[in-house]
Design a protein around this ligand. Structure first.
Ligand SMILES: [Fe+2]
Length: 294
């Protein structure tokens, strides 16, 4: 079945003037699980940075080159100090422009946003083999086993900077509440003491709430179900070079089919920062389970 989750926006500047009515409508669209697509907004890679648009800057250990949250140290890259400084500068500039864009479009979030990783994904997705849990060519909503959010949202801005004309190809799937209603009856409940044990062993960075446990279970069950992957209402989308798109990646079911050389900025946003809290996966799962999950 066909769906259309794409909401196209005309902006061609990282700090656009956006009137209040548009701010409110784009915020609502984002919170309802739509993909905000800005086909005319590209990131200007400077002439001296063109050399960074290649897979060989990766250190081979991490699939991404990134600046971590507030720390901002470059990770996942190898090169001489000049190269690394140049790469870091490019990522930092992208992160700052993405921040301007998000603050212009969603002023309601400004006071609540926690600036997260800025990452550069140089490697080709297609043909990369991995376990099904790590296989992002299967539809999933983002959930990270070691990094519980306690319900906070994952807001992400992506920009395709491929210099060879190669699009980033995604599939996006049915609304989060529909997926959750199908899979929640199949998930395993948290064992008594499980969250404390994972935390004590250092497997999680902080205590895993029941919400985070369920999000991880949903992530894995959805990826494991090949019939669901094939039959669920979904849409194929191609994001060409020079295009930007924005999603709540903990909510929008997405799969990355192919593409290389993309920039991405993440924020955490507490549920209380949303215009409509009822759209949060936390609230959806609490309605379906009938209990508090954090
Ligand atoms: Fe993902």
């Amino acid at each position: 079945m066909e769906i259309n989750l794409i909401e196209e926006l005309p902006f061609d500047h990282w700090n656009p003037a956006v009137d209040a009515a548009v701010q409110s409508s784009v915020t609502t669209a984002l919170e309802r699980g739509r993909v905000l697509y800005l086909p005319r907004l590209g990131f200007q890679v400077r002439p001296e940075e063109q050399r960074f648009l290649a897979a060989d800057w990766s250190d081979g250990k991490s699939k991404n080159i990134y600046l971590r949250g507030a720390e901002r140290r470059l990770r996942g890259a190898h090169g001489n100090p000049d190269d690394l400084r140049g790469l870091r500068e490019m990522l930092e500039r992208f992160g700052q422009q993405a921040r301007q864009l998000v603050e212009a479009l969603f002023p309601h979030y400004r006071a609540h946003l926690e600036f997260g990783n800025t990452s550069f994904r140089p490697c080709e997705i297609e043909g990369r083999s991995s376990s099904y849990r790590k296989d992002d060519t299967r539809l999933h909503a983002d959930a990270f086993p070691s990094n519980p959010t306690g319900g906070a949202r994952l807001l992400r801005v992506f920009c395709n900077v491929n210099p060879f004309g190669k699009p980033r190809v995604w599939r996006v799937g049915e609304p989060f509440p529909d997926m959750a209603a199908k899979f929640l009856p199949k998930v395993r409940r948290q064992w008594p003491g499980e969250a404390a044990l994972l935390n004590a062993l250092g497997i999680t960075k902080r205590r895993r709430s029941e919400y985070d446990h369920l999000m991880n279970e949903l992530h894995d069950r959805v990826k494991a179900d090949l019939d669901y992957q094939r039959d669920v209402p979904q849409q194929r989308v191609e994001f060409p070079p020079g295009a930007t798109w924005i999603v709540f990646s903990d909510q929008v079911l997405h799969a990355v089919l192919s593409g290389a050389l993309m920039l991405e900025q993440t924020w955490m946003l507490p549920v209380d920062g949303l215009l409509d809290r009822d759209t949060a996966p936390l609230k959806v799962l609490e309605r379906l389970t009938g209990r508090a999950l954090v």
